[in-house]
Design a protein around this ligand. Structure first.
Ligand code: FDA
Length: 962
């Protein structure tokens, strides 16, 4: 056979010859005719392909026959498929409906069987026997990935243990996400201990049963964490000499070479080998999209040849180190395999020292090549329930049909062997990266999978705790002056109310007058200042905030009781607001959107109002404050900020940063641009609103206060401009096609993130009756596992509510609920000190009850059962608010209907209903929720301006200007 002076291409041709001999009529995909046709048609039509894969994904959830066919038709229609009309017509007759339903169900099951070796352990065992007759090894994968709670994870864990006990010398591939339900990304320490405990038990059993366990690698976010745990446990004395463990390195990751080299160094130290499986990686689409959404560096290579090249390089490193690790090369790419075969031949690496691995049902025609030529081949055998298997099936379908996939190019598109076997390195020559988009970019949130970020926040919390040891007095900031009041109030840490963070001045009415007068004076210069320079100032402030990111996170965490990631999100949002409004202001002031004609010139001039009162809430004490202030000053207004009393120190920090930037940029003349009056809302807030020199009010808070501001502003002559965000009673609908694995964590985050104190938080869940019981059961298992505690420690999912008043008010609602409805979840253990309220869920709630209608602003969720989608929408719309709404559904028709009929300012589909991002989700509501255009959107700034239109006749005795 092959000799070691062959090229990769020649070996590749040998492999192709083998494949051709085995394949009958080149039918590499052993699907029945129907399935094969569906796959081919879908490959030609990308849109149809997406819809078909979506249908496959949703199918196991559709337990009712009629629904299956209806949703299938909806997807066909979405795919604008030619098959839609005949199918629709045919589906009108009951007999044909019945038949079509059978065909659909049968086809998807058959498709699944191609990649899944059985639905139970007996079928899996039969597959293992068949492989052993062919001298092929196996690794068994129990289908199922994400688990939501400890009970679900325990089931997987017990199943793994059962497999080890039941199958002699069992070879397993397991996923850590199946045995560790990770709701909280912050809680790495606790999760580490939990995982170590479970893995020790499993590995102990594996050692005593001489079983092997390979830990599959999943998403990049968890990779370093998982690797560090595995390195730790496999170095423990008890497991140090065990050679049955294995890990996976994904060559599509840019840092995979380092991963591999680290594993090899580690294995040398350990002095007994583990198996290292080299794959390209199964989650490319996810990793790429996720990094774009988060604005993180993309962890995966973005060109296919880069992954191929890297795979070849890593194959060489792996094979070179066969004495320290057991190389396992997993691929279905003939070129990648040929390269590894050739390299091993050249380096005289014994065939027994490494193995090839392939997936069940993929490129079966090549599999015998390995056993016939003395190589070890191991087949990855997934088995289990079809429902759990769907995400696996969708990954395999994608892999077979993606444009760049070797299997698709080789066996469906019919690319030439020469092309398929070319050196991926040769493609590097004509690679060119796309130019970077220079427009507004959201800044990235912190990556909490990096422990360095945890440490920096902990350091800042320590610094602030030291600073706050002896609480200092905080003045009002007016122009260049610090004005201390006669009286002070305490700002406290809501998680530890005995910790006083600062003593804040009660601003007086004279202070208000002074602040307005300084702002008015500064307005004369600021309104005339070049708009380009105004935008520059905003960007400079944004940069300074970024520099102080960790300190600000720590402060928001201590004063507002926000968990780290929520506080981090606020800092990002504040920076985004400033950069975005800077950019938007340039457009407003430089573009003329009116039409001019020959002889007639038309244009708009935008003029600012003057002094604005900025009244932000305590629940987004930094982001909203910065956003509203930024909008005012970007448009040439000046500002007097009246922050919420509970979060005065955060406001103080912002004005301090702002004034520091003015000074360092030599702009001292504008020190009265942003002024801060702390104190009592009823006194100074109202006074500012009614002050004759305040022309514009930007407010975010309760509907009651918002409406009273609106009323007062309307009495002024001319009436003052009011922009107001005023809360919600937000509903999330979960229909019967929803993926509960996504919907439950999404709802929990929407309702209990920041203890339900976001105006966008979900407070009503509306569940279709067909999944109602299952939903309640899983929610009941999952919600009590979220961690409540002091946000400063960094591990908690949910912190305290803002103050004692809020706690009392929320508990009053809970007491009403206990009388008027049924408590599903509540009275959970809460920390003894601090303003904590138990996450609470009620069922059997009357639609018009207080609980269902009033904004509670706390961790209280009411759940309704809907008997149809129309019913669900009618419950959702039965509210005087209309801020955010959520929908979990995979029915195209329901999604369309919700888009048209859900009366909500922001509708979030198949994701949590909180967490709007500047420029992507402009934020603001309908009905009683808002007055004005949405924050972070293209129309927001216009509200801070008055529009003057100029029309000039430019005709002069027959001479017209163009
Ligand atoms: P092929 O050469 O067609 O490569 C396809 C791959 O290229 C994609 O999967 C992706 O990784 C990459 N790619 C696609 N588009 C790209 C682009 N634009 N830029 C850069 N790269 C791109 N996976 C995993 O993540 N964790 C695991 O634990 C395992 N375990 C496992 C075990 C076994 C035995 C096998 C055979 C496979 C796995 N896999 C896996 C799945 C594996 O990652 C997947 O099968 C391979 O990525 C497919 O690569 P091939 O070389 O077969 O095909």
């Amino acid at each position: 056979m092959v000799m070691n002076n062959y090229s990769d291409q020649q070996i590749g041709k040998d492999l192709f010859r083998f494949i051709k001999k085995r394949s009958k009529k080149n039918n590499i995909f052993k699907f029945a005719w129907l399935k094969n046709q569906i796959l081919k048609i879908s490959i030609q039509d990308k849109n149809l392909q997406t819809q078909l894969f979506r249908f496959v994904d949703v199918l196991p959830c559709l337990k009712i026959k009629d629904q299956r066919l209806d949703i299938f038709l909806q997807y066909l229609q979405e795919g604008k498929s030619f098959f839609y009309t005949p199918s629709l017509l045919a589906s009108q007759t009951p007999v044909i409906r019945e038949f079509m339903d059978w065909v659909i169900n049968f086809s998807v099951k058959e498709l699944a069987k191609t990649f899944i070796c059985g639905s139970n352990i007996h079928e899996a065992k039969r597959s293992i026997q068949k492989l052993s007759l062919k001298n092929q090894k196996y690794t068994l994968d129990l289908l199922g990935e994400l688990t939501l709670n400890e009970r679900e994870a325990e089931k997987y864990f017990n199943d793994y243990k059962k497999l080890i006990k039941e199958i002699p010398l069992a070879q397993l591939s397991i996923k850590l996400s199946a045995i560790e339900p990770h709701l909280n990304l912050m809680n790495l320490d606790a999760q580490k201990n939990n995982l170590l405990k479970k893995l020790r038990e499993l590995f102990r059993l594996a050692v005593s049963s001489q079983a092997s366990i390979n830990i599959d690698t999943e998403h990049y976010y968890w990779k370093d964490f998982y690797f560090s745990i595995l390195k730790e446990i496999l170095m423990e004395e008890e497991f140090r000499s065990w050679t049955g463990a294995g890990v996976v390195v994904q060559a599509y990751l840019k840092d995979s070479q380092k991963d591999l080299e680290d594993w090899i160094i580690w294995a040398k130290k350990r002095e007994s080998p583990i198996s290292i499986r080299l794959v390209k990686g199964a989650y490319w689409d996810y990793e790429y999209a996720k990094s774009k959404q988060q604005n993180w560096d993309c962890p995966v290579f973005t060109k296919k040849f880069q992954s191929d090249m890297n795979y070849e390089k890593l194959s060489e490193i792996l094979l070179d180190n066969y004495k320290f690790v057991k190389p396992a090369l997993a691929s279905h790419n003939v070129r990648s395999l040929a390269h590894a075969i050739n390299y091993a031949l050249k380096k005289n690496i014994p065939k027994s020292a490494f193995e090839f691995q392939m997936l069940y049902g993929m490129l079966d025609e090549l599999k015998d090549y390995f056993s016939q030529n003395g190589y070890i081949l191991r087949i990855y055998l997934p088995y289990g329930d079809l429902v759990q298997g769907m995400s696996y099936l969708v990954r395999r379908l994608l892999e077979n049909t993606a444009n760049d996939s070797f299997l698709r190019q080789g066996f469906l598109d019919g690319s030439s062997e020469d092309l398929l076997l070319q050196d991926p390195g040769s493609l590097a020559l004509d690679s060119s990266e796309k130019p970077v988009d220079k427009g507004f970019q959201n800044i990235a949130n912190l990556d909490f999978s990096k422990s360095a970020n945890h440490q920096k926040i902990l350091d800042e919390i320590k610094n602030l705790n030291n600073e706050f040891k002896v609480p200092v007095k905080y003045p009002c900031l007016i122009g260049e002056q610090k004005i201390f009041g006669d009286k002070f109030f305490e700002s406290v840490n809501p998680a530890k109310p005995s910790q006083v963070l600062g003593l804040v001045s009660y601003g007086s009415l004279q202070d208000c007058n002074k602040a307005v007068s300084v702002a008015k004076e500064t307005y004369k210069k600021w309104s005339q200042y070049d708009f380009l320079k105004r935008a520059d100032l905003l960007r400079n402030v944004a940069q300074e905030i970024e520099k102080n990111r960790y300190r600000l996170i720590a402060l928001i965490c201590l004063e507002a009781g926000k968990p780290w990631s929520e506080a981090d999100g606020e800092v990002s949002e504040a920076v985004d607001f400033l950069n975005y409004y800077a950019e938007e202001s340039l457009e407003i002031f430089s573009l003329n959107k009116l039409r001019s004609l020959p002889g007639e010139k038309n244009y708009n001039i935008y003029q600012s109002y003057g002094v604005s009162a900025i009244i932000p809430p305590w629940n987004f004490p930094f982001a909203i404050l910065v956003g509203m202030t930024g909008a005012a000053i970007a448009t040439g207004n000046t500002a007097v900020i009246k922050p919420s009393a509970q979060t005065s120190l955060i406001a103080f920090e912002f004005v301090k940063i702002f004034n520091k930037v003015l000074k360092t940029k030599g702009l001292d003349q504008f020190l009265g641009l942003v002024n801060l009056i702390t104190g009592e809302g009823k006194l100074v807030g109202n006074y500012l609103v009614e002050h004759p020199d305040v022309k514009l009010i930007a407010f975010t808070g309760s509907n009651e206060v918002g409406m009273s501001i609106y009323q007062k502003a309307s009495l002024s002559r001319p009436p003052k401009r009011v922009i107001a965000e005023m809360g919600g009673k937000n509903a999330v609908i979960i229909d019967q096609s929803a993926d509960l694995d996504e919907a439950i964590p999404g709802l929990i985050y929407s309702a209990f993130g920041y203890a339900g104190q976001k105006c966008s938080a979900a407070s009503r869940a509306i569940i279709h009756q067909n999944i109602y019981q299952e939903f309640l059961e899983r929610l009941k298992q999952t919600l009590p596992e979220i961690i409540l505690g002091d946000p400063a420690l960094g591990q908690c999912y949910m912190g305290p509510v803002i103050d004692a008043n809020a706690m009392i008010k929320i508990n009053n609602y809970i007491n009403i609920g206990k009388q008027e409805a049924d408590l599903l979840i509540g009275d959970l253990a809460i920390p003894e000190s601090g303003y904590f309220v138990s996450p609470t869920v009620f069922v059997n709630v009357a639609e018009d009850s207080k609980l269902a209608q009033e904004e509670i602003f706390g961790p209280v969720l009411v759940v309704f059962k809907a008997n149809s989608f129309d019913h669900a929408l009618s419950i959702a719309n039965n509210s005087s608010f209309g801020l955010t709404g959520g929908l979990y559904s995979r029915s195209p028709n329901n999604i369309k209907q919700a888009i048209e009929q859900f009366t909500t300012g922001n509708l979030y589909i198949n994701r949590p209903c909180t967490g709007a991002i500047v420029s992507r989700q402009a934020f603001g509501g309908l009905k009683n929720s808002s007055i004005g255009f949405k924050a972070g959107g293209p129309n927001y700034l216009l509200q801070f301006l008055q529009e003057k239109t100029i029309t000039e006749n430019t005709m002069r005795r027959g001479f017209a200007e163009d």
